[in-house]
Design a protein around this ligand. Structure first.
Ligand SMILES: C[S@@+](CC[C@H](N)C(=O)[O-])C[C@H]1O[C@@H](n2cnc3c(N)ncnc32)[C@H](O)[C@@H]1O
Length: 243
């Protein structure tokens, strides 16, 4: 998936506004997320592996906060012949338009319904897999239980939720160490100190990570009987929950 290089925060800004998934971000998003989220490429590939194992014939797969469609594409490649239906949702029109172009570049017999909407407003039903790949962290914390409840109710028995998130840690020295390692990852990928600090300020009021324990409690409270983390690099993790 092509995108231009992310230089959005390369020049000093007079004021840093809150981060938005607007046209500027959508245009560089693949470069931005690959250089910012350790393990992103591995997670995207593995979402296809989860789909191969867990998606049942004639069911639906939901990609909530689909951005440019990386997860949808990874999953769709594995579903040919299963008569499934993918629903990919994002509330950024710029992301949806680019996602449509990316999906059109590949042939598949699995239809994708691309919806520009808030994931809190859509219906979820007959799902054997729901993906929240670094999306829930952008919802207000008080909306997260309700979203997970809707996902739980919309999943078939045995269906899975794959939830990837940036983590925070209650243990301060661990939090500090893993955060530093993440910043080193960004530096190694060419981001300057200015870019790192301006992006951090822009995300401060917009992205609110939880601890792993908070995720686990939330999933258990909704009724998910099986839960585990299957991936972690520094302060980024991906979890799988089975209904
Ligand atoms: C970090 S990106 C997700 C990356 C994407 N899942 C992937 O794997 O490449 C978060 C996405 O969620 C979308 N988003 C955030 N809040 C949303 C909401 N309430 N409803 C729908 N989409 C939302 C943003 O527009 C953005 O495209």
């Amino acid at each position: 998936m092509n995108s231009s290089q992310d230089t959005i925060y390369a020049q000093a800004c007079e004021t840093i506004s809150d981060f938005k998934f607007d046209d500027k971000v959508a245009g560089v998003f693949n470069d931005m997320i690959t250089r910012s989220v350790p393990g992103y490429t591995q997670i995207i590939k593995t979402l296809g592996d989860f789909a191969d194992k867990c998606v049942t014939p004639n069911s639906r797969v939901y990609d909530l906060g689909c951005s440019l469609g990386a997860a949808t594409l990874s999953v769709r490649r594995r579903l040919d012949g299963r008569h499934c239906h993918i629903v990919a949702v994002d509330n950024s029109q710029s992301m949806i338009e680019r996602c449509q172009q990316n999906l059109s570049a590949y042939v598949s017999d699995t239809p994708v319904e691309l919806i520009c909407a808030d994931i809190r407003d859509i219906e979820i039903k007959d799902a054997s897999m729901v993906i929240l790949n670094f999306t829930m962290q952008f919802l207000a914390p008080e909306d997260r239980d309700k979203l997970l409840n809707k996902i739980y109710l919309g999943l078939q028995p045995g269906g899975i939720l794959v939830l990837s998130e940036k983590l925070t840690f209650a243990d301060e020295p661990i939090h500090h160490l893993l955060d530093e390692l993440h910043l080193d990852f960004k530096r190694a990928n060419g981001y300057s100190e200015l870019e790192i600090s301006q992006k951090r300020s822009s995300l401060e009021h917009v992205m609110k990570p939880d601890t792993l324990a908070q995720h686990q409690q939330r999933l258990e409270a909704q009724g998910f009987s099986h839960f585990n983390q299957w991936f972690q690099c520094f302060n980024f993790a991906s979890m799988v929950a089975i209904k």
